[in-house]
Design a protein around this ligand. Structure first.
Ligand SMILES: [Zn+2]
Length: 179
């Protein structure tokens, strides 16, 4: 059962020396930068961070994160559920110079001191994992838009029943407007 909240900080060097693996949950509201990109507060985030040292004595954090959150459909603007999964290994360094010396396959995590703010690490990964645009499948969007249009129906029915003259319609368009 993953019901314990994820600790907010951990000493990287100690955790790596002991090969600590730490699991916990978070809510979207715990991560304000990530929450700002979501449709609402609903959802759950599960994270597992495993600390180790490699043969070069580098400090590594392996991240496994699963999140179920609500995002906004960019077509109909209704919320839709989105599942995010991150699986990544970060190499902890304390200076930009150290970061520059890492082999290309290792992503640096630059820390200011021993304490690693786990929530920030999880939040950064989730922000990167979030697709820039999300959409329902076409059929679902069409139904939502149809329901929306149904609510507008009385206004549309109030329009004149006769066929509009296409030249009048064209005349109403602003010059240079793209439709
Ligand atoms: Zn949609």
């Amino acid at each position: 059962m993953l019901s314990e909240p994820l600790p907010s900080t951990l000493d990287v060097r100690k955790a790596a020396a002991r090969g600590v693996s730490i699991k916990g949950t978070l809510k979207p509201l715990d991560l304000q930068r990530f929450r700002a990109l979501l449709a609402d507060d609903e959802g759950a985030i599960e994270a597992e961070l495993t600390f180790s040292r490699d043969e070069e004595n580098r400090y590594l954090i392996h991240l496994g994160i699963t999140a179920r959150v609500m995002v906004t459909c960019q077509r109909c603007l209704d919320p839709l559920p989105q599942t995010l999964a991150c699986d990544n290994t970060l190499a902890v360094v304390w200076t930009d110079e150290q970061a520059g010396h890492l082999p290309r396959h290792l992503e640096p995590l630059v820390l200011e001191d021993e304490a690693c703010r786990l929530w920030d690490v999880v939040e950064d990964e989730l922000i990167l994992a979030l697709p820039p645009f999300s959409y329902h499948n076409t059929e679902e969007c069409r139904e939502i838009l149809a329901r929306f249009n149904a609510g507008q129906a009385p206004i549309e029915e109030a329009l004149p029943a006769e066929k509009p003259n296409p030249f009048n319609v064209l005349a109403q368009l602003k010059p240079g407007s793209n439709t």
